[in-house]
Design a protein around this ligand. Structure first.
Ligand SMILES: Nc1ncnc2c1ncn2[C@@H]1O[C@H](COP(=O)(O)OP(=O)(O)OP(=O)(O)O)[C@@H](O)[C@H]1O
Ligand SMILES: Nc1ncnc2c1ncn2[C@@H]1O[C@H](COP(=O)(O)OP(=O)(O)OP(=O)(O)O)[C@@H](O)[C@H]1O
Ligand SMILES: [Mg+2]
Ligand SMILES: [Mg+2]
Lengths: 164, 161, 161, 164
């Protein structure tokens, strides 16, 4: 399985619908200070089910474009992530799967390939692909590197609990 | 439940030392995870220590900023190797690294991204992002407020510097 | 005592906006310090907000890593200007800055170090340290343990890149 | 007044006696990870009277070369800072003043131009030069930049209290 592309719609500094990608094996996101790089990581984490508190805002509605200056844009806001499953021996096509999350007020709606699903199903389908968002074992947020090394012994035990 | 914990712990203990040696490109480097309570590790804390190349065993507090960053990356990669996620996202993890360590980390990532996991890294340093397969350039547009736009560039046709 | 506090506060309020404009090289940039209790500022907290060039007024939480670093430098320089120390020591303050902001910060430091205070900055980035008057190069020697040695190089004879 | 040079003796990773300097107006300390750059800043702060807790160790004796691996070197350990006062109109020579602090067990000895003085005199002489170490208004330690911007309102008030 690999990450093919992201589609952001009115999410933080990303106005309207924009596609981010395609992603190769080793990708670097570059750009000037304050241009919106970390907002791309927030978009990806948001789509996988991360809560607002980890995305540098207090409420989900603050993620809408313009909310940070009090003028959130009307209309839909959300993020869709497309994964591709590498074809096995007998299969022909690469099978694509899109997970998308939209912001409606302070709640969210979750869809897999366009069909509305409950959060529990959304998370279990992601877990089937090896993505355990709660364990946060595949994200390192800006500025967090050193505190990972300096975790207290107890915190490290909790990290192992979440993964096992 | 305790069974699962011990299984995970044993796996990561072995993996972290191998990964730290590969990140430092030096077999004398060592990384240890030691439980405060060896009988039942899940009941108390777990200590983490690293011996960076050319140095002696010392508490993690005494390491420098760059040395701590390498130690943290080894832990993150080792924990992930127990239940590998298909991709990794890291935001400016190279901030405290000097150019030599950037070289070591990027070559480790290039090796791993071929086999195991896909890598998405936000970086400001040319020494780092010049090693990638593809660049996603974010730029701001100002018309009243600021909004972000993106360009993508495939680097694979160009020789690696 | 309250007299002193208000005098200091008023001075820094004015200085911070000027310094932030000069650090950003943009007169539309703004920095505000506002007391929670304007009558008696020393009794409660003091809020700090910045408007970076091209953007609108927003809470400090929403700024990016690099934008926060510039805001922090403006505060540090403004506070120092009330009782100027003869020198400043800063350890890798350029870690989150892109090359454009590094250029702005180094030219501000070059201007200030001529007139006001002497500057000692630890940096890993060539874009930063190439702007200095003198380089102090620290290198490790390994014989059993590690010990540090130093070389110094006067950069003033060379033209500024 | 300007900082002319530092002399370190068996302080952290600096073995024996070494001179660091001369310092010009804008100086950069460069070198590989773990080579001892931040230890230079620790040396300067130590000489000006900063306590061990701010120098990344628990006790003053941990600052002695080799203490971090349990084999502190015998003999003296300390740091001397030399300042120069720019000559006024009628003076000829640049007047130098050296402030030095040595580690003896867990206590320290303070000297100005070689003469032993009490800490209170040492601090007040530094204050005359404009150096108020307690206010920490002229040091930014590694990794501290962002937390300076994100101080809580109350902490900012305390910062102003220390300065005024
Ligand atoms: N809800 C929102 N709507 C519109 N813009 C927003 C919103 N929230 C944040 N922003 C903008 O996003 C910017 C921060 O973006 P981000 O943190 O992604 O920058 P960055 O590229 O990571 O920069 P750095 O290199 O400094 O870390 C803010 O300056 C703000 O203008
Ligand atoms: N008491 C001590 N005696 C000898 N060496 C010490 C002592 N305390 C620390 N060290 C050494 O100093 C090193 C850290 O030095 P320092 O923090 O100055 O590095 P740095 O040059 O700032 O690196 P970075 O660029 O990664 O921040 C440790 O790795 C350790 O070897
Ligand atoms: Mg960022
Ligand atoms: Mg350092």
């Amino acid at each position: 399985v690999y990450l093919k592309q992201l589609e952001v719609e009115n999410f933080k500094s990303w106005r309207g619908r924009q596609v981010i990608g395609p992603f190769k094996r080793f990708n670097c996101i570059v750009g000037t200070n304050g241009s919106g790089k970390s907002n791309v990581m927030d978009a990806l984490c948001f789509a996988l089910g991360e809560r607002a508190g980890c995305l540098r805002v207090k409420h989900a509605r603050d993620l809408v474009h313009g909310a940070h200056i009090g003028v959130p844009v009307p209309g839909a806001a959300g993020v869709a992530v497309t994964f591709c499953e590498v074809p096995g021996e007998e299969e022909e096509e690469e099978e694509e799967k899109t997970f998308s999350r939209t912001i409606t007020g302070d709640t969210s709606e979750y869809r897999i390939n366009g069909t509305l699903v409950a959060l529990s199903r959304y998370t279990s389908e992601l877990q089937r692909l090896g993505i355990i968002v709660k364990a946060r074992n595949c994200f390192v947020f800006q500025g967090a590197v050193e505190s990972i090394a300096m975790m207290k012994p107890r915190e490290r035990t909790q990290l192992f609990e979440r993964i096992s | 439940r305790y069974q699962l914990f011990s299984q995970c712990f044993e796996h990561v203990c072995v993996a972290i030392d191998q990964i730290y040696k590969r990140l430092c490109r030096n077999t004398s480097a060592q990384a240890f995870l030691s439980p405060e309570n060896p009988e039942e590790p899940y009941l108390e804390g777990i200590n983490y220590n690293c011996v960076s190349p050319g140095k002696r065993f010392m508490p993690m507090d005494n390491l420098s900023g760059g040395e701590k960053s390498i130690a943290a990356l080894a832990l993150v990669f080792a924990v992930n190797s127990y239940r590998p996620a298909p991709f990794f996202v890291m935001d400016e993890v190279d901030a405290a690294l000097d150019n030599t360590n950037i070289g070591k980390v990027t070559s480790y990532i290039r090796e791993q991204s071929r086999e195991d996991f896909q890598m998405i890294v936000i970086s400001l340093k040319e020494e780092f992002y010049s090693q990638a397969d593809s660049l996603l350039g974010v730029y701001p547009e100002f018309d009243g407020g600021m909004c972000s736009h993106i360009l993508s560039l495939d680097l694979t046709p160009f020789p690696l510097t």
